[in-house]
Design a protein. Structure first.
Length: 275
């Protein structure tokens, strides 16, 4: 069995997609999946699905959803305990576990100075993302903490992959990647180019996610306190996404970003030569 939540919810068994049913049944499965191999009390499931003001019929509806899940899941996966329910799943069957393992391996390789291996491993980790984490449950309260954790880990993985590419002297590739992602930001229907952009950076939506996370940290009112050199422009005719580390977090133009990447590459090369 393979479960994927790095994007829309998908469940497969032997190459065949398992239909997950309605919204309530899918929400019960995700709530159990986020606490895989742990007994989840029935009260917690009721809280996740209906909140504090659950109707009197909520308990019966939960039992019905559990029964339907037990019919579609492989035998022995959904276990009923005295205090709740347990979903049994192995780490290699969940894309989140695979992603975390690859990020750890890539980080260790980057720390050890194996930039090529780190870049390859981190790219493999980013390729697991098919869209925003838990895309079908982005507005459900029970999924918010996990969504924030996964998106922060995704941004960290993207930044470390960029650091590995810079150590390999791939500044020109990073600039081309940025331009391709920027050009496709306003053309979501161009699936071929969007797929190419996703192959370069893991997922094309990551650039806009980085931009939104940076924008949320800007002062909401009053005079900004950005340094003069890094102060965002009121007009950005270049439409550059602020993605590549600090160079693009300040609204720089592409020419400034290119100079920053070249200086960064030269400095990292000099440190390697001095070492």
């Amino acid at each position: 069995m393979q479960a994927r939540i790095l994007g829309s919810l998908q469940l497969e068994e032997g190459g065949r997609r398992i239909p997950m049913g309605g919204v309530r049944q899918r929400a019960v499965f995700v709530s159990l999946l986020l606490r895989a191999n742990e007994v989840v009390p029935s009260e917690q499931l009721l809280m996740d699905l209906w909140g504090e003001d659950s109707p009197p019929s909520a308990a019966n509806s939960l039992q019905a959803a559990i029964s339907r899940l037990r019919r579609v899941l492989p035998r022995g996966r959904l276990i009923t305990e005295a205090s709740g329910y347990l979903l049994r799943i192995f780490p290699e069957e969940l894309d989140v576990s695979q992603f975390g393992q690859l990020v750890s391996e890539g980080r260790e390789a980057l720390t050890a100075g194996a930039a090529e291996q780190a870049a390859r491993t981190l790219r493999q980790a980013l390729s697991l993302w098919q869209g925003p984490a838990l895309a079908d449950f982005r507005y459900e309260p029970f999924a918010q903490a996990e969504i924030v954790r996964l998106e922060e880990l995704h941004l960290t993985c993207l930044e470390e992959r960029i650091e590995a590419d810079l150590a390999l002297g791939l500044a020109s590739v990073l600039v081309a990647e940025l331009w391709l992602s920027t050009a496709m930001a306003g053309r979501p229907k161009r699936s071929r180019s969007t797929a190419s952009s996703g192959a370069c950076c893991g997922t094309s939506w990551a650039w806009s996610r980085r931009r939104s996370s940076v924008s949320s940290r800007r002062p909401s009112c009053g005079r900004t306190r950005w340094p003069r050199r890094c102060r965002p422009r009121r007009e950005n005719p270049w439409r550059v996404d602020p993605s590549l580390s600090s160079a693009f977090c300040c609204g720089w133009r592409p020419t400034q970003a290119c100079h920053w990447i070249r200086r960064r590459t030269k400095s990292s090369t000099s440190r390697q030569f001095m070492a």
